[in-house]
Write a protein that binds this ligand. Sequence first.
Ligand SMILES: [Zn+2]
Length: 338
Amino acid sequence: MKKLQGIDLHSHCIPEKMVGFLKKDNKPFDSEIIEDNGNKMVKIGSSSFPLSVEAVDPAEKLKSMDKMGIYHSVQSLSPRLFGYNLSYDDAVYSAKVANDSIAEFINYSPDRLSGMATVPLRFINDSVKELERVAGQLDMKAVQIGTHLDDKNLDDEMFYPFFEAAEDLGILILIHPYMGSPDKRMSKYYFNNLLGMAINTSVCLSSIILGGIIDRFQELKICFCHGGGFVPYQFGRLDHGYKVRDDVKNTSLDIPSSYLDKFYYDTITHSVEALEYLVGLVGSDRVVLGTDHPFDMGDYNPCKKVNSLKVTEKERHDILENNVADLFNLVKFQEMGI
Ligand SMILES: [Zn+2]
């Protein structure tokens, strides 16, 4: 077992009750569970994804955390189960069941697991109600949403009530990319994930800045997955466009790059060099540990990467644990003497 030293903000689960929803002919996902070379897979439409035991069984999740050196992990539903295309009744019901079952999942070990809610994003009033319910009844301090809804970016006015509620409740929003409209050029080399996820995050982050969401909701706490996609590397293009293009001027109150240190970003860059650059750009108080466990694009050795960064001890502990501990009111290792 590795030395336990990190708090992971980005880790996924599919609690048992949600597995029940995925069985054939069982509404609402129109899915089935199949076997592929002895591995359980969930098939929804033409796509499928693994149903690994680490996602379903909290005891197995803890074992995986031990292997990764993760002391505490915040569990969010697999983004494949956002359910944004479900009917009203199914969407509202499945979000509620998901949140209740995530609460049960983390109850297996409250010292080592926290939960993150999901909402029926297409139905914004119900999303606000569910956010208020999980904050009050389940004491959840974060919610996970997708980067977009159909052809709407998150700066669309329809999302204002949701951002307002999250700001009022002090809830952190983890914005997680998911596959968008299929583009045939993206179908080879797993580009839909390798590049598509980062593109979706980049469009989302840029539209939240230029759409004035942070100007309007100044206390909003947002974390972007996978190191913020391509924006931390390409912010100069946004700034340049803001200065020279009439359709970008007078959007946000300030130049786009001035907003970058108002967000959180996870460490999942799969590169120490890229991570070091990100920390230098936005500050160690804005970077949080992530694993994306248990999926194949996860980073299962994040503490080693953080420990190899050329940063101070305080900055290292900020990234490994302090930033998430502060967001979730968790006890820090230093205080536990671990
Ligand atoms: Zn993820």
